[in-house]
Design a protein. Structure first.
Lengths: 172, 416
């Protein structure tokens, strides 16, 4: 079934004609991270796609994946461009590298997911958290419900992991 | 190193095509004109520069992001009947792509001479740094992997690669700021530049943060303008009035692996241009050391740096030193964007950087040096403010076009 949602004043929608994206966000709606595992090579891929990026095959299952990883890069936005984000600055967009399948199938490959740093409840992180996170920070996935059976994956500092001193933009 | 097989046949076109005319409108932030009006002016200026008549131009190409006027309208206004035209969707990296495609069209016998233009109200019309590529209220599935997280503008989109470069290589904000500083030196000697004042590293770092790692002055200025250049065969180029800029090698829109979402395949700091390095220099028959002047696309100060690394002007990780040690400054060993680029002269999605290098190769880039008895500018090579910007004995130029981190294009030319 098509998904419809609302987030920060934006209307979100995924139509029935888009089965891969639909499946990904339906699993998110159940607060589970699942990615396509391709039958031909056993690899997981992100973002959802029509075929395996390594061989073009299409047979796959939606495999459960642990929602833990490391911030490998980030952007701290002070001048929001997206109208929905005016008044929410500064906020962090994160590039999170999952622990699962890191460095596979080749050295520079990994499952890297874009999201925001949020509170455990899914709200954009307050200033003190924004200034505490950086490259190297450990994060875990949280889900923000945006509609019936529809949620967005987000990331919060993982209090169960040992947190290294993160790298941040000099002087920030 | 990239594992592409080099197409041997591409070398056979080396030197056989040239840019014979260039032109533009003023750069402003309030043109008060249509893209049709500006486009006609730019194409007409390029034709006048070449000394070419309407019946000698039979091809036209343009690029746009649904913000401009098609070739058929511009050609009609100018009395040009087209044997070939093609308007493509795209911003940065498109001009090099179209130059290559123009060569292909001529080579295929589809036409003889192609005018390529970009006309845009980049400040008062569609703004890339406005809602960018995904700021609408209705969000489709593709926006759920970036824009939904407030990653909507080019700055926000490219920042992870820039930030990671600082982390991995210790690249400093001061080093990056030098790109703006040195481009402003060129702009101060260019009466067309929208921002013609020289700035300092302190000015850049004191300007407000847009999104770390980018300050306002690390970002290009969005402007209203049109630009045009004209491509024809080297044989035909001799019929026209300017010293031709001959095309040695051209690459269009090569991508990183996983072009569906390039961040899946690192290194995160690597840009699309990296994968064209071998092909470009092989096609051109020379290497980066032989290049006298570069036009590395400066949507942001950082894009210039990453592309200079990608094409081997310096080693990966050494971009910070390369852009800050004076090499890319006027009077340096290999100046970059001597007109001021997008950071200072104006925003054209790349074509003004090619036009500047065409003028550099003609040895006619100066606007302020005294005019000699032969009617030409006598270059002083005094690069102080309001002075010369001609690179001494410029013979070879390289333009490095940026579309995104994922996609790049390139063009190598020689004096002709």
């Amino acid at each position: 079934m098509a998904l419809e949602g609302q987030y920060m004043g934006m209307q979100l929608g995924i139509p029935d004609s888009d089965p891969e994206n639909l499946a990904f966000f339906e699993w998110c709606g159940r607060h589970e991270l699942r990615l396509q595992r391709w039958q031909s090579n056993g690899l997981l891929s992100y973002p959802p796609g029509t075929a395996s990026p390594w061989d073009g095959s299409t047979e796959h299952e939606w495999a459960p994946v642990e929602g833990r990883g490391t911030i490998v890069s980030y952007c701290e936005v002070h001048h929001a461009i997206h109208p929905a984000f005016k008044g929410k600055t500064p906020y962090l967009t994160l590039l999170v590298e999952l622990d699962t399948q890191r460095g596979a199938p080749s050295e520079h490959e990994a499952l890297r997911i874009v999201g925001n740093l949020v509170t455990p409840e899914g709200e954009l992180a307050p200033l003190e958290s924004v200034q505490r996170a950086g490259i190297g920070s450990r994060v875990r996935i949280v889900y923000l419900d945006v509609g019936d059976g529809f949620a967005l994956p987000q990331w919060t500092l993982d209090t169960e992991s040992e947190q290294p001193t993160p790298w941040r933009y000099p002087g920030s | 190193m990239a594992s592409h097989e080099i197409v041997e046949s591409s070398k056979t076109l080396r030197d056989k095509y040239a840019i014979i005319g260039v032109g533009e409108t003023p750069y402003s932030r309030n043109s008060g004109r249509t893209t049709r009006h500006m486009g006609v002016e730019a194409v007409r200026n390029a034709m006048a520069d070449a000394g070419i008549r309407a019946n000698q131009v039979d091809g036209m190409m343009s690029y746009q992001v649904m913000d401009s006027t098609p070739s058929t309208t511009i050609a009609g206004d100018l009395g040009i009947r087209l044997n070939f035209h093609c308007d493509i969707i795209g911003g940065g990296g498109s001009i090099e792509t179209l130059i290559g495609m123009a060569i292909g069209a001529i080579e295929a016998g589809m036409c003889e001479t192609v005018a390529i233009f970009r006309s845009m109200n980049g400040a008062t019309g569609r703004r890339m740094g406005g809602t960018g590529g995904g700021g609408g209220r209705r969000v489709g599935a593709n926006a759920l992997f970036g824009p939904i997280y407030g990653q909507a503008s080019p700055a926000e989109l490219f920042a992870p690669s820039f930030m990671r470069h600082m982390y991995e290589y210790g690249t400093t904000p001061e080093q990056v700021a030098h790109v703006k500083v040195f481009h402003s030196w060129g702009a101060s000697n260019n009466p067309r530049a929208y921002y013609s004042e020289r700035v300092t590293v302190e000015d850049v770092l004191a300007s407000r943060v847009i999104c770390y790692p980018l300050h306002l002055l690390d970002c290009c200025v969005e402007t209203d303008n049109a630009n045009c250049l004209i491509v024809t065969s080297s044989e035909r180029a001799c019929d026209f009035r300017q010293t031709p800029a001959r095309i040695l090698g051209v690459l269009g829109r090569m991508s990183k692996p996983r072009s569906d979402m390039h961040l899946q395949h690192g290194p995160i700091t690597r840009v699309g241009g990296y994968y064209g390095q071998e092909r470009l220099w092989n096609n051109a028959g020379l290497g980066p050391e032989e290049v006298d002047v570069t036009g590395s696309y400066d949507a942001f100060a950082f894009t210039t740096l990453l592309q200079l690394e990608a094409y081997g002007f310096c080693e990966p990780g050494e971009g910070g030193a390369y852009v800050s040690d004076g090499t890319i400054a006027l009077g340096g060993r290999r100046p970059n964007n001597t007109a001021g680029g997008h950071l200072c002269e104006g925003y054209t999605h790349g074509i003004n950087m090619v036009i500047e290098n065409v003028r550099q190769l003609r040895h006619e880039v100066d606007d302020y040096c005294p005019v000699g008895p032969d009617g030409h500018r006598q270059h002083t090579y005094d690069y102080s403010e309001g002075g010369c910007r001609q690179v001494r004995d410029a013979e070879i130029s390289a333009n490095l076009g940026w579309t995104t981190v994922n996609v790049g294009s390139a063009l190598v030319m020689r004096r002709g």
